[in-house]
Design a protein around this ligand. Structure first.
Ligand code: GDP
Length: 680
């Protein structure tokens, strides 16, 4: 049957996760003892394990709240540090090292920190107990420390020594009890000696008769009495056991010692001796203490719960929120918006995106290969361009080769890579936008995860898609057949493009005119066109910058004129017919880019876009649900301060409810017990 102490320990552990507030603390046994009094040895004997750092009474700078849980059904002896989220440690050397490190992390100047280390040990060999190992207490009196620091140390210790806690005052037998600092400390906190258990260690160092007198102490009487122990490690003769002696043999040698002096200790003046008796006594005392604190704790939990429930209602309208549901809601919202986006971004949108990009390529090609020198440009806009100018300069073959080269520049420009990159980037940008419309925008790490998920899904198909697109446009590298309908639609489109280019040129010219001033610009242009102007040197009072601007203005003007001329040409009857493609490269190249983009999107749509819409939500599920631990999900949710408060308040409320329910069942259990005893 579970003892009351065990049930209360469970409640205590729940309360520990709620917070560190003093109102919800359950009583404990507080261990004090001066340096070398044998305090560590006693604690280790109770636990049955060496787990404290060597000379720990000296190095301990933080109280250790030690919870012992008896696990009769499990042979394992394990330790947990709940605050570090380190559980099931079976290597007690590691426990010792962790304790040492945690203590050493407190600067000497602080001496003692009011932040206890919580350590739970579960073992079939420990009793259900809660102990507090109070450090440094005694050094206060001895050490030569500043008064303010002494004051602080005393405050921390006094808090622990207060009722209803029980004080376990450890004194060594070979030191006069009048000088025992542990007893001195206990007397301050418990003047009537009602809550103190005295432990006399090192009885083997004194005469048994004298030891018995100490245990029956008349000078410093304690209601709970004294327990005598011998916790000295037995001297081992074996070469192989020179290290730390096993605690079993220590208990045996203690038993042997008291057996040898049976008459003295178990004679007419019966005394309590041995670690085993000490354990039993502590369990009994704690059980009683727990029973006494049942009602006050019940009341305190009720109060805290009412407070938490009220705040939860006022601040969050009783809306349930866990890190898990918060995350799920956000990911669902993101998935939904991706779905909506998928309905508005399909094959047609892909095509126009790609076509725009290819249009730009075509314009660059034209500028590079056609609109540079062969045309004789007339500056007067009113002068109609002579179409026969176009092939005039060279023989027909020249223009044929030129168009063939321009076409192959376009078909071999890596349309596969280009289009795949284009679509991938467009999707990534869109995902960023969608994330920014959800609460995920407040979570940088999650944002990164989403982006990585999208990149991973796209990356998995990237090379395959690029290759497939490249393969399927391959025929256009050799031959391009056009229908009249295609020619005519490309002619329309080319006209629109040229017009837009023209508009941009004129706009840039107008802007320049506005910035520099019309007159000044005309002056520079006139100057530049009159003579071969030097490149950058100042001329005629024009600065190099102004000269550069002048050249740019000339370029823009010429380009606009040229575009106008080409626009005119495309509109002419010559360019109505695909047979005249060599005279109308703008139309032909547009038709080619039209074919390239139509063919490319067939594959992009299936291989990249549909695949993305299918796999991206799955990748999100994997990264955010399958692959994230509950702790990580909690960290994620708490990145947002408002969510953090919501989640924490809800957790607190739930924990308090759990604690309240548990304590009520313990009270009910107690009542049945009493009823059955009294026959009621
Ligand atoms: P602490 O400083 O109070 O934690 O004391 P320790 O437990 O480290 O013990 C101080 C020293 O006293 C160590 O060398 C122990 O081996 C020794 N010691 C502890 N208990 C006994 C005992 O019952 N008898 C003898 N003779 N020595 C003991």
């Amino acid at each position: 049957m579970l003892t009351l102490t065990r049930l209360m320990i469970e409640i205590r552990q729940i309360l520990q996760t709620v917070d560190q507030s003093d109102t919800l603390k359950l009583p404990s046994i507080v261990v004090v003892g001066s340096q070398s009094s044998g305090k560590s040895s006693v604690l280790e004997s109770i636990v049955g394990k060496h787990f404290l750092p060597k000379g720990s009474n000296m190095v301990t700078r933080r109280p250790i709240e030690l919870t012992l849980i008896n696990t009769p059904d499990s042979a394992a002896e394990v330790a947990d540090f709940p605050a570090l989220r380190m559980n099931n440690i079976t290597d007690f050397d590691q426990v010792r090292k962790l304790l040492f490190d945690m203590n050493m992390a407190v600067p000497v100047s602080e001496a003692i920190l009011n932040d206890p280390i919580q350590l739970t040990i579960r073992s079939p060999h420990v009793p259900d107990l809660t102990l507090v190992d109070l450090p440094g207490y005694i050094q206060v009196e001895a050490a030569d420390q500043p008064t303010a620091l002494k004051q602080k140390i005393r405050e921390v210790c006094d808090k622990y020594l207060q009722a209803p806690n029980i004080i376990l005052a450890i004194s060594a037998a070979d030191v006069d009890l009048a000088n025992s600092s542990a007893l001195k400390a206990s007397k301050d906190a418990d003047p009537r000696g009602e809550r103190t258990i005295g432990v006399i260690t090192k009885l083997d160092l004194i005469d048994p008769e004298q030891g018995r007198d100490m245990l029956l102490n008349k000078k410093y009487p304690l209601k709970m009495g004294y327990v005598g122990v011998v916790t000295k490690p037995p001297t081992s003769t074996s070469l192989f056991r020179r290290g730390v002696a096993s605690l079993d043999s220590q208990i045996n040698s203690e038993a042997q010692y008291f057996k040898a002096h049976k008459e003295v200790y178990q004679g007419t003046h019966l005394t309590t001796v041995g670690v085993r008796s000490l354990k039993r006594k502590l369990m009994k005392v704690l059980e009683k203490l727990m029973a006494m604190s049942l009602r006050p704790t019940h009341y305190a939990i009720q109060q805290e719960l009412e407070e938490a429930a009220y705040t939860f209602k006022v601040e969050f309208n009783d809306r349930q929120l866990t890190p898990g549901t918060y995350l799920a809601n956000n990911i669902d919202a993101l998935k939904l918006s991706v779905k909506e986006f998928s309905q508005s971004f399909g094959r047609n949108e892909l095509r126009s995106l790609l076509k725009n990009q290819l249009d730009q390529k075509v314009l660059n090609l034209l500028a590079e290969r056609y609109w540079n020198k062969p045309f004789e440009v007339k500056h007067e806009l009113s002068v109609e361009p002579d179409l026969s100018d176009l092939p005039r300069a060279q023989d027909e073959g020249y223009w044929h080769r030129k168009l063939d080269l321009a076409t192959s520049s376009l078909t071999t420009s890596g349309v596969g890579r280009l289009s795949t990159t284009l679509i991938s980037n467009a999707l990534l940008t869109e995902i960023d936008n969608l994330v920014n419309n959800t609460d995920l925008r407040n979570h940088p790490l999650a944002q990164k995860q989403v982006r990585e998920a999208a990149t991973a899904v796209l990356g998995a198909r990237f090379y395959l898609t690029a290759d497939q697109v490249e393969n399927c446009i391959k025929p256009y590298k050799y031959e391009i057949e056009l229908e009249d309908r295609e020619w005519s639609s490309s002619r329309d489109h080319a006209l629109v493009l040229l017009k837009e280019e023209m508009r941009q040129c004129l706009e840039a010219s107008a802007h320049m005119k506005k910035v520099i001033g019309g007159r000044k610009l005309t002056q520079v242009i006139t100057y530049l066109e009159q003579k071969e102007a030097p490149d950058s040197t100042e001329a005629l009072g024009f600065s190099p910058t102004l000269l550069a601007k002048g050249r740019e203005a000339i370029f823009l003007r010429d380009r606009a004129n040229l575009l106008k001329m080409r626009h005119y040409a495309l509109k002419s009857s010559t360019c109505k017919f695909k047979e005249n493609k060599y005279k109308c490269p703008e139309i032909f190249l547009d038709a080619v880019s039209q074919k390239l983009s139509s063919t490319a999107i067939l594959f992009l749509n299936v291989e990249l876009l549909s695949d993305f819409y299918y796999n991206f939500p799955r990748e999100l599920d994997y990264r955010f649900f399958t692959n994230m631990t509950p702790e990580q999900i909690e960290v994620f949710a708490k990145e947002d301060p408002k969510i953090k408060r919501h989640v924490e308040l809800q957790q607190r409320k739930e924990l308090l409810e759990e604690a309240l329910q548990k304590i009520e069942s313990v009270i009910a259990l107690q009542r049945t017990k009493i009823n059955s005893l009294t026959g009621g």
